[in-house]
Design a protein around this ligand. Structure first.
Ligand code: DON
Length: 328
């Protein structure tokens, strides 16, 4: 009985802490701005901040605007990479996209021409992600997209829709990504026609989720591809570890070094303001919350110059410090 009371006490403490940190770091949103290069994203309320943490046993702690729907954007690159590796095997995928960080912006194209034969440096930048989308299973845009959504749904346990307004808004303004897709066709790295790869990529970026959904995906990654609630291995440990290494080195783009140093968990951001983090089980279980590992989903649409949620990054830094989450 005492144990049950203690657990309830700990859970309410976790909940209280999350709520007070969300209140504190919401103010950091004023240091950023909603993405405007995709016009529909600029409509979000920049002051929102929400978080959902899900533990290995399904226990959940939430605060702030955790239920707001937002689009996956670059967080989708993690899932498409996993899907392509499941379909083709890791070595095939890595012939078309490398695993090196760039230190450049996510939409940069400069290295494609500087480094012959132009293999994209990693699957988290747009060039690499468009390449990966072209490799998804299926002979049409629909089939490729379906193979991706079925992987997402196997992790989140629910169906996902596209946000049509965001999709159309990005499709109309995707000049850089269109240039990248056609350049990658010229260099021979795409597995399907440029416009098809682009359509799959922009669709996957427009998939709607909440912080709970991305926390679930983070939880599966934290457990090396094993879904602890479904008790099922969804993809191999090798794919999960490679993906987490890419999240650490490239997941926050040219702020990945800073994020590793001051937060210290594998994470992936998106320009709509989401951050997905995968926290593996840690040594000193019981002493800190979620010692058996957890997935964290954060949403805060005001982003910085690198494309990462300002308040979301600050909130994750606070939690990582207080709960001793760093993997280093
Ligand atoms: O391709 C783009 O520019 C967007 N659909 C996704 C970029 C993104 O999310 C970068 N993230 N921080």
């Amino acid at each position: 009985m005492q144990g049950v009371q203690e657990t309830a006490l700990k859970q309410s403490q976790i909940q209280d802490d999350l709520e007070s940190w969300v209140d504190r770091y919401r103010e950091d949103a004023s240091k950023g701005k909603c993405a405007a290069y995709i016009p529909a994203l600029a409509k979000a309320n920049p002051e929102q901040l929400g978080i959902c943490v899900i533990g290995q046993d399904g226990s959940k702690a939430v605060a702030g605007n955790w239920e707001t729907a937002f689009t996956l954007q670059s967080i989708s690159k993690v899932i498409s990479f996993i899907a392509a590796c499941i379909h083709h095997g890791i070595s095939y995928v890595l012939q078309r996209v490398d695993v090196e960080p760039t230190g450049d912006a996510f939409d940069s194209m400069i290295r494609l021409e500087l480094h012959k034969p132009g293999r994209p440096f990693n699957p988290m930048i747009n060039a690499g992600a468009i390449t990966v989308s072209s490799l998804l299973e299926g002979d049409s845009t629909e089939d490729k997209f379906d193979s991706l959504t079925s992987l997402i749904e196997s992790m989140t346990g629910r169906q996902h829709q596209i946000n049509e307004e965001v999709y159309k808004s990005e499709w109309k303004t995707a000049h850089r990504n269109r240039a990248l897709a056609h350049y990658l066709t010229a260099t021979g790295f795409l597995g399907c026609p440029a416009e098809e790869a682009l359509e799959v990529y922009i669709r996957q970026c427009s998939i709607e989720v909440t912080t709970e959904d991305i926390a679930m995906i983070g939880l599966v990654l934290a457990h090396d591809g094993y879904h602890p609630l479904r008790q099922q291995q969804l993809f191999s440990k090798e794919i999960a570890r490679l993906t987490k290494a890419l999240m650490v080195t490239c997941g926050m783009y040219n702020a990945s070094g800073n994020f590793a140093a001051f937060v210290g968990v594998p994470a992936k951001s998106g320009v709509s303001g989401g951050i997905m983090a995968a926290v593996p089980p840690r040594g000193r279980k019981g002493e800190t919350p979620f010692g058996d590992g957890c997935g964290i989903g954060v949403y805060g649409p005001a982003i910085d110059q690198y494309g990462n949620s300002v308040a979301g990054t600050a909130l994750l830094g606070q939690i990582a410090g207080a709960w001793d989450l760093s993997i280093y």
